[in-house]
Design a protein around this ligand. Structure first.
Ligand SMILES: [Fe+2]
Length: 351
């Protein structure tokens, strides 16, 4: 089997909407602990402390939450030309964006999932917060969770199969894991190019939907410290600390003040991909542990029919763990949230 070359180095940018940029910047700088590169008009550009390019995350003020765009950085400048030809060959409409804030040429198109996707190569190299000569292991003076970098995003699509095929066929992402219906249809997929379990995942839901953007935490200590910080600031935790069956990564799902879901992802427990890696398959009846490994089997709609108790029956507790508004996936897309409903998601404790 021919092995495709590796042309995308990382998920280079996620841009999401903020209902109140001042309020949310305070959260992103002091609770999540990202580094502010710049604020230009209604957009703030941010990054993790160990990222070497100018920014990886952008917040733009808007009247609703959700994703504006995602961008992938190619390995070489020539890879942009390669993908441009590929989009042309597949008849996909695209625009060339000559430049963006501290970034060079990009190709912009709409994926079948409804998301705005960009490919770029050049972005200002600003270095991380450590010196390049005799660096220490981490910079002093970090605030909040202070993740070193952006890791991946998980988005929704009304017809996930079409979106997954697009990312596989046109953009040459590989499948690391998939959730499969009894008839063999792929319901959801985790896709990679850098040697990690995923750069992007696609699950069923509305077009252009944003489930979460994930930032790295690199140890169990950092995971629990992140949960402490979120609780200390009364940020709304959606799930965790826990572990995904898919990817094996540890996780906390939580919300920003605008209602966008974020994740701390512990890739330190995940595996590394190899060009010859074969995709892992999860069957639909195991969706519970696939998503939330420790507790997913207890969620009523995640359990296979007839399996009411698990191996060790419990007389109490099960009725307390139902997820609200559960559909197939734990999707509560941030863009569903109206401003007046998001205030309750987050209350900063006064200093
Ligand atoms: Fe994730």
């Amino acid at each position: 089997m021919p092995i495709m070359p590796y042309r995308i180095s990382r998920l280079g940018l996620v841009e999401i909407r903020s209902l109140d940029l001042d309020r949310d910047l305070d959260y992103y700088l002091n609770v999540l602990g990202l580094q502010l590169t710049a604020r230009e008009g209604k957009t703030a550009y941010l990054k993790g402390w160990d990222e070497r390019h100018a920014y990886s995350f952008a917040l733009t003020e808007s009247d609703r939450a959700g994703m504006v765009r995602m961008a992938f950085r190619t390995v070489d400048p020539e890879d942009l030309d390669y993908y441009e030809k590929r989009l042309k060959d597949f008849g996909i409409k695209y625009d060339i964006i000559p430049e963006d804030y501290r970034r060079g040429r990009a190709i912009r198109f709409t994926a079948p999932s409804g998301h705005t996707v960009e490919l770029y190569n050049e972005m200002d190299y600003t270095g991380n917060l450590l010196p390049t000569v005799n660096p220490g292991p981490w910079p002093e003076g970090l605030r909040g969770i202070a993740p070193p970098r952006l890791d991946h995003t998980l988005v929704t699509a009304p017809e996930p199969g079409k979106a997954i095929e697009f990312f596989q066929t046109v953009l040459e992402f590989r499948l690391s894991e998939m959730l499969v219906a009894p008839d063999g249809t792929i319901i959801a997929a985790w896709l990679w190019q850098r040697p990690a379990p995923h750069d992007i995942a696609i699950v069923p839901g509305k077009p252009g939907g944003f489930h979460h953007a994930a930032f790295v935490v690199d140890s169990a200590d950092a995971l629990f410290r992140a949960a402490d910080i979120l609780a200390m600031h009364k940020a709304r935790i959606d799930y965790g600390p826990g572990r995904h069956g898919i990817t094996r990564g540890t996780t906390i799902y939580f919300f920003d003040p605008s209602g966008n879901r974020l994740e701390t992802f512990g890739g330190y427990t995940a595996y590394q991909m190899d060009p010859d890696s074969r995709a892992i398959r999860w069957t639909q009846d195991q969706i519970g542990p696939a998503v939330f490994y420790y507790s997913g089997w207890r969620h009523r709609r995640m359990r296979p029919r007839g399996d009411r108790t698990g191996r060790y029956p419990q007389s109490r507790g099960e009725r307390h763990v139902r997820l609200p508004r559960w559909r197939l996936w734990h999707v509560q897309d941030a863009s569903d949230l109206r401003p007046d409903r998001t205030r309750a998601l987050f209350r900063r404790r006064s200093p």
